[in-house]
Write a protein that binds this ligand. Structure first.
Ligand code: ADP
Ligand code: ASP
Ligand code: MG
Length: 407
C-alpha cells in the first residue's frame, strides 16, 4: 500500500471555490507522487463564527448538544465540495463525517476528547484508491450524538488520524508560512521558525497562539508524530517542523504570545480558613471549567481575596456557581474584569535564568504597564495586563528579546 500522509486545511485555505480548486491541485499532486492522501478540512472561512451568531440570535444560551449539531454542519459543506472538486479532475474521492470515519469521543459537548478511531472504513476507502476527505473538529459519543472538539479542533482530528493510520507525516496548511516568534499579524517583524519543539509549541498554543490547537500538539508529542505547519497560499515555502528538539543548556525565549480571551474573577473577603478554596474550585471543577492563574492575597481580619482567570466564553456558565459560593461563605463580592489579556514569553528553561524574568518585568515597567498577576513554569512566564496595552506590549517584548533575529 502507498504511504499515507495527512493534510489538514484550515478555514481560510478553503474559504471559497477558488481556494478549494487551489488545494485540490495540491492534493492531486501528492496522489500523483504515489502517496495516499487523507485530507482533513475545516469549515469554509468564518462560517463557524456565522453559525454561532445564528444560534445566538435565537437564544443567548443554546444547549451544547444542539450547538455541536449546528457547528458540525460547517465542515460537512467543505468536505463535500472538496470531494466534488477532486472527482471533477478525474480522481476518486470520498467525503466522510466524524461518525462515518469512526471518530469516537467522550460525551462532553463542545470540547469532546477523542477516545479512539475505528479506521476500518477509512482503510477500505484508501484501499479502493480513493482520496479520503474527513470533516475536522467532530466525532460521535457513545449515545450516537455528534460532538465537537473545541474551536480550532480540526488540527486535533488531523493528528489523531495521523496517529491512528500510522501516517508518514501530518501537514497543517494555514494562512501563514509557519510558526513565527509572535503572531505575524500583530508583530510585523516576527521571524519564521524552521523548527520548534513539541513542548514550546504546546505552551505557545495553550497561551493563545491559535495557529495550532493545543491538544493536537499534545497528541503529536505523545506519539512522536512529526508535524509540519505551512501555508496553502505560498506552497514554495517549507514551513515549520514541530518535533522533538534537543535543547542546549542556555535558556532562550523562543516566542511571545497574547491571550485576550480571558476574564479575571476576584472573590473578595473570603474567610481565611481551611477548605474554602477547595469548596469553590471543586464546584468549578464539576463544571469542567478551564481555570488558570490562581492567586490568593491575605487582607486583614482573617479575610482573603481569591483571584483567578477563565476563558471568556465560560463566564456565562460559571457566574451562578461563584455567586452561590459568595453567598454561602459570606464573602463580600465577585469582581469581574473582562478587559485584561495574558502576555506570555515561552522557552525551555527560561525561569532558571533570572535575567529573563527581570528583562520582561523591566520592559513592561518602561512602557508604564502594571502587571496584575504573574505565573511561571519551567517553560513560560505569563503576566496579566490591561487589554488596551497588550499589542504594544507584545511588540516591545518581542523587540526586547531580539526575536526578529531568531531562526
Ligand atoms: P486555520 O483556519 O488555518 O486553522 P487559524 O486562524 O486557526 O488558521 O491560525 C492561523 C493564524 O494564527 C494566523 O493567521 C496567525 O494570525 C495566528 N497566529 C498566532 N500566533 C502565531 C504564531 N506564533 N505563528 C503563526 N501564526 C500565529
Ligand atoms: N471550524 C472549527 C472552528 O472554526 C474548527 C476548526 O477550524 O479547526 O473552530
Ligand atoms: Mg486553526
Amino acid at each position: 500500500m502507498n504511504q499515507i500522509i495527512i493534510q489538514k486545511y484550515g478555514g481560510s485555505s478553503v474559504a471559497n471555490t477558488e481556494r478549494i480548486q487551489h488545494v485540490t491541485s495540491h492534493i492531486i499532486e501528492q496522489k500523483k507522487k504515489g502517496f495516499s492522501p487523507v485530507v482533513v478540512v475545516s469549515a469554509m472561512g468564518d462560517s463557524t463564527d456565522h453559525l454561532i451568531e445564528l444560534a445566538k440570535s435565537i437564544t443567548p444560551n443554546p444547549s451544547s448538544r444542539e450547538m455541536d449539531m449546528l457547528l458540525s454542519t460547517g465542515e460537512q459543506i467543505s468536505i463535500s465540495l472538496l470531494a466534488m472538486a477532486i472527482e471533477s479532475k478525474g480522481y476518486k474521492a470520498i467525503s466522510l463525517t466524524g461518525y462515518q470515519c469512526g471518530i469516537q469521543t467522550d460525551p462532553i459537548y463542545s470540547k469532546a476528547k477523542i477516545n479512539e478511531i475505528n479506521t476500518e472504513r477509512i482503510m477500505a476507502e484508501i484501499n479502493a484508491d480513493k482520496i479520503v476527505i474527513v470533516a475536522g473538529f467532530q466525532g460521535i459519543n457513545s449515545n450516537g450524538d455528534i460532538t465537537t472538539l473545541g474551536r480550532g479542533g480540526s488540527d486535533t482530528t488531523a493528528v489523531a488520524l495521523a496517529v491512528a493510520l500510522n501516517a508518514e507525516l501530518c501537514e497543517i496548511y494555514t494562512d501563514v508560512k509557519g510558526i513565527y516568534t509572535a503572531d505575524p499579524r500583530v508583530v510585523k517583524d516576527a521571524a519564521l521558525m524552521q523548527s520548534i519543539s513539541y513542548d514550546e509549541m504546546l505552551e505557545l498554543a495553550k497561551l493563545g497562539a491559535k495557529v495550532m490547537h493545543p491538544r493536537s500538539v499534545e497528541l503529536a508529542r505523545k506519539n512522536n508524530m512529526k508535524l509540519v505547519v505551512r501555508s496553502s497560499f505560498e506552497l514554495d515555502h517549507h514551513g515549520t517542523i514541530i518535533k522533538e528538539v534537543k535543547q542546549m543548556e542556555k535558556a532562550q525565549v523562543r516566542g511571545v504570545t497574547l491571550d485576550d480571551n480571558i476574564v479575571r474573577l476576584t472573590v473578595s473577603n473570603v474567610p481565611d480558613k481551611p477548605g474554602i478554596a477547595y469548596k469553590m474550585f471543586s464546584a468549578l471543577a464539576a463544571q469542567n471549567v478551564h481555570i488558570d492563574m490562581i492567586i490568593q492575597n491575605l487582607n486583614h481580619d482573617d479575610l482573603n481575596d481569591i483571584s483567578f482567570t477563565i476563558p471568556k466564553d465560560e463566564l456565562y456558565n460559571v457566574k451562578p456557581t461563584i455567586d452561590a459560593f459568595v453567598q454561602e461563605v459570606n464573602a463580600s463580592e465577585l469582581l469581574i474584569r473582562t478587559d485584561v489579556a495574558k502576555l506570555s514569553i515561552v522557552g525551555t528553561g527560561i525561569t532558571s535564568d533570572a535575567t529573563i524574568a527581570s528583562g520582561l518585568f523591566g520592559a513592561l515597567y518602561q512602557l508604564g504597564i502594571n502587571i496584575e498577576m504573574i505565573s511561571t513554569s519551567e517553560i513560560k512566564i505569563s503576566c496579566i495586563i490591561d487589554e488596551k496595552q497588550a499589542n504594544e506590549a507584545l511588540s516591545e517584548i518581542h523587540n526586547f528579546f531580539q526575536l526578529n533575529k531568531v531562526l
